[in-house]
Design a protein. Structure first.
Length: 269
């Protein structure tokens, strides 16, 4: 970027730990490409300090918005004044817009980013039968977004089965009459198999799904960004499945997040 001045919109991203996060580089590149006088700065915030930090941010007059990542996404929802429908459904916030009256509006775009990544790569969602591993924050956002975008069926498998049951109950309540179920590790008879767990981040992690039950023609989609080719994607490719990596979930989400926090014409919907 050319320069930062007193007119620059300052966006912060709150995280703990902070060293590994990739959103600042992607979002600053987005601001520069768009010619937007805005900058995003990483802020390392311990969980116990989150409420005090948000209170302090409310007093900054040039705050362009707040991006939120691990482990603050759920806690910060309770510190917002208003929530978008998606944030209320998911129970988590990953972007905060400062409204003209100063009230903080929390939004949740992980699922939208994931779906936008699939669509940008040419993969349809409407009518597709989807099997997903995971029931944490990312998985919840993805599940609500997939159903909102017309997924034909959604089966959810999680290590902690009770967490999957709770998510399934919330999804059924939000989407009555749709085919939504808790599932075992077998993804047979589905079109898209999603890893929405953190398995694959660390060397030696188990596979998130029984890959021996995957068949050519299925699409294997990942949320883990590093490594770029996870053991799950490698196993799926060896079977003959198409694969979709974790990075597009971030890259497609960046312009959505930037617009939500900084655009003056954004309207709650
Ligand atoms: P959470 O901590 O909320 O959830 C973690 C999920 O992974 C849970 O379903 C958990 O199961 C499961 N899990 C963790 N360890 C194991 C294990 N050893 N065996 C089986 N299951 C396991 O994290 P998030 O949902 O916020 O994040 C999940 C992943 O998504 C992370 O890798 C994160 O980096 C990635 N992510 C990627 C984004 C992108 O843009 N590409 C955006 C946001 C997140 P259980 O409930 O049983 O503990």
């Amino acid at each position: 970027r050319a320069s930062i001045s007193g007119h620059t919109q300052v966006v912060v991203i709150l995280a703990h730990p902070v060293g590994h996060i990739r959103t600042p580089a992607a979002m600053n590149a987005h601001f520069a490409a768009a010619g937007q006088d805005a900058v995003i700065v990483p802020m390392h915030v311990q969980p116990d300090d989150l409420a005090a930090v948000v209170d302090g941010l409310r007093r900054l007059r040039n705050l362009g918005g707040i991006i939120v990542t691990v482990p603050h996404k759920e806690t910060i929802a309770a510190l917002c004044d208003d929530l978008t429908d998606q944030a209320r459904l998911v129970g988590a916030v990953n972007a905060i817009r400062v409204q003209p009256d100063g009230r903080l509006l929390g939004g949740q775009f992980d699922g939208e980013g994931f779906c936008a990544g699939l669509v940008a790569a040419g993969h349809a969602i409407r009518g597709r039968r989807i099997w997903m591993a995971g029931a944490g924050g990312a998985a919840a956002g993805i599940a609500f977004a997939l159903l909102r975008q017309g997924a034909g069926a959604l089966a959810i498998h999680n290590r902690g089965a009770a967490r999957a049951e709770v998510l399934v109950a919330r999804l059924r309540h939000a989407f009555p009459g749709r085919e939504i179920a808790a599932a075992g590790a077998d993804p047979a008879d589905h079109d898209i198999v999603v890893n929405a767990t953190s398995l694959g981040l660390h060397p030696g992690d188990a596979l998130p799904v029984d890959c021996t039950r995957m068949t050519p023609g299925m699409l294997a989609a990942e949320v883990v960004m590093q490594p770029e080719v996870t053991p799950f994607l490698r196993a799926a490719a060896a079977i003959g499945c198409a694969t979709h990596p974790g990075l597009p979930m971030l890259t497609e989400q960046v312009p959505i997040l930037a617009r939500f926090v900084t655009a003056r014409d954004w309207a709650a919907g």
